[in-house]
Design a binder for this molecule. Structure first.
Ligand code: COA
Length: 378
């Protein structure tokens, strides 16, 4: 028995932006980007919100539009069948309500408990782990389950518009990111193992290697003495929010912000993140194998986070695997954070690479620092 993947889908924005186009924005080239990262183009949302992309992915995962190979036999789920929505994102369209609540409303998932989860690029793997844990803890055979909500089917989504928090003047980061969404439906089944093992882990980002401060635009009218009369009379004399200076200092971005960098944009020490990522990916794969008492020979496919093709090559070498054991989708998408793993999984189903009974590992890493993996039987 276990939490089984019974639907999968993805949603992509229409606009495709090539490396050559980025070379008109910053000092870079198609040659540099493609050889250093494996990326040739990425999708950028113009009119599509994160929610729009998530809706497209969810409709496919639910079997409402164009079920993927492997899931066509499955009849489409009714909206009331879904009792949990987990939405992994670091770029929600709104702070309130949550993206999960908005998706629930759009899709009419009237019975679903819905909330967002931010674990950066590991967000989908974290969300799937949480969904599985909630489902397992609510099954009838578990002591105390009757005192909890019952979860039988969950929609788990990763959706991002990283283009909104990318500094398009910074060649160290802007060439890497893209937008998109992916989703799975998971169902508790008594006759299949589904998710066999999972692993999630945090390390401190002691050197601020991957950060993005928030941005708050609303008028702030207080100082240490209470309401500031001048700020009330004259909105132009808006007070600085001292707490933001403190967080900018803590995140190591105060000088850049003072120099005019867009405050709410991703800043990254590429080499530090690269080092962390290669080891985190390898370690997470070995951890889920160990927990499942399986070996790499048992695994049909690894579906990794798509941050840089060289990170995947590094992990493949460390694990002693050929690259064709990994599903790679970075070439025309780049890194779309929490959306990468479910979109790449959907590619694998679409191209018939996952058959019933196959064991698959999804693995991710990201800011936080976060990392994790889920091993399941298809
Ligand atoms: N175009 C052209 N040149 C660029 C460039 C670009 N877009 N970005 C950086 N460079 C330059 C650098 O300025 C540097 O020049 P210098 O040697 O004159 O100083 C040179 O290329 C090499 O830079 P370096 O940072 O050593 O490149 P790299 O091989 O480490 O590749 C990344 C940079 C960002 C692609 C790579 O470090 C990476 O992928 N890191 C991990 C990122 C990641 O995974 N982020 C998300 C995690 S979820």
């Amino acid at each position: 028995m276990g939490c089984c993947i019974v639907g999968c889908g993805k949603g992509l924005p229409a606009l495709d932006v090539t490396n050559d186009e980025l070379a008109t924005l910053v000092d870079t080239s198609d040659e540099w980007i493609s050889t250093r990262t494996g990326i040739r183009s990425r999708r950028i949302s113009i009119e599509e919100s994160s929610l729009d992309l998530a809706e497209t992915a969810a409709r496919q995962a639910l079997g409402w539009e164009g079920a993927l190979p492997g899931f066509e036999q499955q009849s489409a789920f009714a909206p009331e069948d879904i009792d949990l929505v987990l939405f992994a994102t670091l770029t929600p369209d709104a702070l309130l309500p949550s993206s999960a609540a908005l998706l629930r409303r759009r899709l009419g998932l009237v019975n679903a408990v819905s909330f967002d989860l931010n674990a950066a690029c590991s967000g989908f793997v974290y969300s799937l782990t949480v969904a599985e844990a909630l489902m397992a803890a609510s099954q009838a055979h578990v002591a105390g389950a009757s005192g909890r909500n019952h979860y039988h089917r969950a929609l788990v989504v990763g959706a991002e518009r990283l283009s909104r928090i990318t500094n398009w003047q910074d060649r160290n980061t802007c060439v890497l990111f893209g937008d998109g969404a992916g989703a799975v439906v998971v169902e508790w089944r008594d006759d299949a193992p589904g998710i066999i093992s999972s692993y999630i882990k945090n390390d401190d980002d002691t050197t601020n290697s991957l950060v993005c401060p928030a941005s708050f635009d609303s008028s702030f009218v207080f100082d240490q003495n209470g309401v500031n009369e001048i700020a009330i009379q004259d909105p132009a004399a808006l007070l600085a929010d001292a707490s933001l200076d403190r967080i900018d200092e803590e995140l190591g971005v105060i000088e850049g912000v003072a120099a005019g960098e867009p405050r709410q944009s991703i800043r990254m020490d590429g080499q530090k993140v690269f080092k962390f990522a290669g080891n985190a990916l390898t370690n997470a794969v070995l951890e889920v194998l160990n927990r499942a008492e399986l070996t790499l020979d048992d695994i049909a496919l690894i579906v990794p986070h798509q941050a840089n093709e060289r990170i995947i090559k590094y992990a493949a070498k460390k694990l002693g695997l050929s690259l064709d054991r990994f599903q790679i989708s970075i070439e025309h998408r780049g890194n779309s954070s929490a959306a990468c793993v479910p979109m790449t999984l959907s590619d694998a189903y679409d191209s018939g690479k996952i058959s019933p009974g196959d064991k698959v590992i999804m693995v991710a890493f990201g800011a936080g620092l976060t990392s994790g993996a889920v091993l399941y039987e298809a």
